[in-house]
Design a binder for this molecule. Structure first.
Ligand code: ZN
Ligand code: ZN
Ligand code: ZN
Length: 346
C-alpha cells in the first residue's frame, strides 16, 4: 500500500507510490514512449479497464460496453486505495498515513483523436457533470477531506495515454496549498464580510487589462501574480463555494468559456501541453475542538478552475524557494489570448 508522508521541515505531504516502484531505467528518457496500440480508453476496450463507477449513456446501454459519452473508472494503478484504514501514526518525527483515498479516471470521449479544444461546450459540460457526480458520491466517505479533479494534456504535462481523459483524487488530508487559500478566504471574509474572489473579479473586470474573456456567467483572467506564463483562472460571476451545486446550465456555460480559452491557448501557443484543476470547497468534516473551521465556508470560498500550460519546467530556484519567475506578465498574456485568431465555433 502507498503511504502519505509528512515532512516536518518543509511542511508538505508526499504520496509514496511504492506499489509501482520505478527502477532507474524507468526514468531513462528513451523509455518514455507512449504506446497507442489498443488504447484501453477506446470503444470496445471497456473489458480491459476496471468496471465503471459512472457513465453517461444516452442510449441506455448497459455498463462496460460501448454506448457511453463519458466514462469514469477506478485507475488501474491507483495512487490511493479505497480499502483499509487510514491508521494515522507518528514514526519518530514523521507523520504517516496509509494511502487511503480514491483515484479515478474520467474518459472524456470515445474518440481517440479528439483534442480538448475541439470539444463542443456540451461535451465539456458532460465531463463537468461526471466531476460533479463523482465528487458528490465520494464526499459521503468521511475519510476523504479533499477531492480534486484535474486534467493533464500532453506527455510533458503528465498524460501517459493520449486519449482525452481527466483524473480525480480523493485525499484524506487537505493539500497545504489549498489549505492556505481556504485560510486566506476565511480571514478576508471575517474582516470584511465579503468573498475575496467576488471582490477580485469585480476589480479585474473594472480594470480589464488581465481579462481574457468575460460573459454573462463566467470570467477568464490572467492572475495578477501568475506564477506561470499564460496561466488562466476561470470563475463563475455568481458566488458559489461548491462546484457540486452548479446546475447543468452553469456547467454548459463553463464548457463555453473553457472551450473559448482552450482554443485561444492552442492558437497562441501552438497546442501546448497543459494542466487544468478544479478547486471547489472541501468536504466539511467536523473536527473535534475546531467548531469554527467551516462555518463561513459557503460565504468565503468561491470555486474556480485553474489552467496552466506547461511552457517552462520549474528550475532550481523555483522548486527550492517556491518563488517563481514569470517571463510573460499576465497583462501581455491576456492581450495575446484576447487577440488570438480562432475560427468561429462549430
Ligand atoms: Zn483511445
Ligand atoms: Zn465569491
Ligand atoms: Zn485555486
Amino acid at each position: 500500500m502507498s503511504q502519505l508522508r509528512w515532512d516536518p521541515l518543509k511542511l508538505h505531504w508526499v504520496i509514496m507510490a511504492d506499489e509501482q516502484s520505478r527502477k532507474p531505467r524507468d526514468f531513462f528518457t528513451e523509455w518514455r514512449t507512449v504506446t497507442t496500440t489498443l488504447c484501453p480508453f477506446c470503444y470496445g476496450q471497456e473489458g480491459r479497464t476496471p468496471a465503471e463507477v459512472y457513465a453517461l449513456r444516452p442510449d441506455g446501454s448497459p455498463p462496460n460496453q460501448p454506448g457511453w459519452r463519458v466514462r469514469v473508472i477506478p485507475n488501474k494503478y491507483p495512487l490511493l486505495r479505497i480499502e483499509g484504514e487510514l491508521a494515522p501514526r507518528g514514526v519518530g518525527l514523521y507523520d504517516v498515513l496509509n494511502g487511503i483515498g480514491a483515484h479515478e479516471v474520467i474518459i472524456e470521449t470515445p474518440d481517440h483523436q479528439r483534442h480538448p479544444a475541439d470539444f463542443r461546450a456540451m461535451e465539456l459540460a458532460d465531463v463537468f457533470r461526471a466531476f460533479r457526480a463523482r465528487i458528490m458520491d465520494l464526499r459521503r466517505d468521511g475519510r476523504f477531506r479533499y477531492i480534486m479533479p484535474f486534467k493533464n494534456h500532453g506527455l510533458e504535462a503528465g498524460a501517459t495515454i493520449p486519449h482525452a481523459h481527466s483524473q480525480l483524487l480523493a485525499l484524506p488530508v487537505i493539500p497545504p496549498r489549498m489549505r492556505q487559500t481556504l485560510h486566506a478566504c476565511r480571514e478576508f471574509f471575517h474582516r470584511k464580510e465579503r468573498c475575496l474572489l467576488c471582490d477580485l473579479l469585480e476589480q479585474e473586470l473594472a480594470d480589464g487589462r488581465r481579462i481574457i474573456h468575460a460573459d454573462r456567467d463566467f470570467v477568464a483572467l490572467a492572475p495578477f501574480a501568475s506564477r506561470h506564463p499564460f496561466e488562466v483562472l476561470i470563475a463563475p460571476r455568481r458566488h458559489g463555494h461548491d462546484f457540486c451545486q452548479a446546475t447543468d446550465a452553469v456547467l454548459l456555460a463553463l464548457g463555453e468559456v473553457l472551450r473559448e480559452v482552450l482554443r485561444r491557448q492552442r492558437s497562441v501557443l501552438r497546442d501546448p501541453p497543459f494542466n487544468l484543476v478544479l478547486h471547489t470547497s472541501p468536504t466539511a468534516v467536523p473536527r473535534p475542538g475546531r467548531p469554527d473551521l467551516w462555518h463561513s465556508l459557503a460565504q468565503d470560498f468561491h470555486w474556480h478552475l485553474e489552467l496552466v500550460p506547461c511552457l517552462a519546467r520549474p528550475a532550481g530556484f523555483e522548486w527550492s524557494s517556491d518563488f517563481f519567475i514569470n517571463p510573460t506578465p499576465p497583462e501581455d498574456a491576456a492581450r495575446f489570448l484576447r487577440e488570438a485568431e480562432i475560427s468561429a465555433g462549430v
